[in-house]
Design a protein around this ligand. Structure first.
Ligand SMILES: O=C(CO)[C@H](O)[C@H](O)COP(=O)(O)O
Length: 224
């Protein structure tokens, strides 16, 4: 069984009629979106807040009504993916480049569920390069400052070799750190760079992590 499908579909089971749902980005969330589309077809009233133009496009194709984050005071539930998750419910996100909007949507949410295949669970964060969204203005300069601080930044490129731009018009530097000893300290440090708009460290963010294993689904609750 496809682990992503397992996790994404299971998470959709937490949705109740009338909810405003934060719609994450990525290939695992895709399966939750497909279920939400089915719920709407069956008559549920739901609204979505998309975390990326890619997700908005998929949501539109599934007839999921979308609203802007500015048009709602709060989001009842957000379902999102992750690139790495440690035992303390810290995570790296932004593999798809949507980290800034994902964090804004998460911060406005009553409940956050992360969905992933079981290989995303790690003891220590950092094998997955940490995405950092950097203001396009002066981005080469910010990149050099990150380099000077031994954070091993690599400017993200598209498959065709051009600079990757986020939905907010920023660039991404992926930090190749191998292991992040203290995620909290690194998060604080990254916020000191004027050109850094946001980083992909999400600290103790999700209330629930759902991982597909091929067999049964594993549900971990973050008792914050
Ligand atoms: O943070 C993200 C996008 O910015 C994604 O949620 C993350 O990259 C996981 O994606 P996938 O489910 O495709 O592995």
């Amino acid at each position: 069984m496809n682990e992503k499908k397992q996790a994404g579909e299971y998470a959709a089971g937490f949705i109740k009629d009338g909810m405003t749902i934060g719609l994450g980005t990525g290939s695992t969330v895709y399966y939750a979106l497909a279920k939400i589309g089915e719920f709407i077809e069956q008559g549920m009233t739901l609204k979505g807040v998309a975390t990326s133009t890619a997700t908005a496009r998929i949501a539109n194709s599934m007839h999921i009504p979308l609203i802007d984050l500015n048009d709602t005071e709060k989001i009842d539930l957000t379902i999102d993916g992750a690139d790495e998750i440690d035992p303390k419910f810290n995570g790296i996100k932004g593999g798809g480049g949507a980290l800034l909007r994902e964090k804004l949507v998460a911060n406005a949410s009553d409940k956050i569920i992360w969905v992933a295949g079981h290989t995303k669970l790690v003891q220590k964060l950092g094998k997955f390069p940490l995405p950092v969204e950097v203001l396009s203005f002066g981005s080469n300069h910010t990149g050099r400052l990150l380099e000077k601080e031994h954070l091993h930044p690599i400017l993200r490129k598209t498959k065709t070799g051009e600079t990757f731009y986020t939905d907010s018009g920023n660039v991404i530097y992926d930090l190749h750190l191998d292991e992040i000893a203290e995620p909290g300290k690194l998060a604080e440090r990254l916020k000191q760079f004027t050109g850094v708009v946001e980083h992909g460290l999400f600290l103790a963010h999700p209330n629930v992590v759902i991982t597909g294993t091929g067999g049964s689904v594993v549900i971990r609750e973050n008792k914050k």
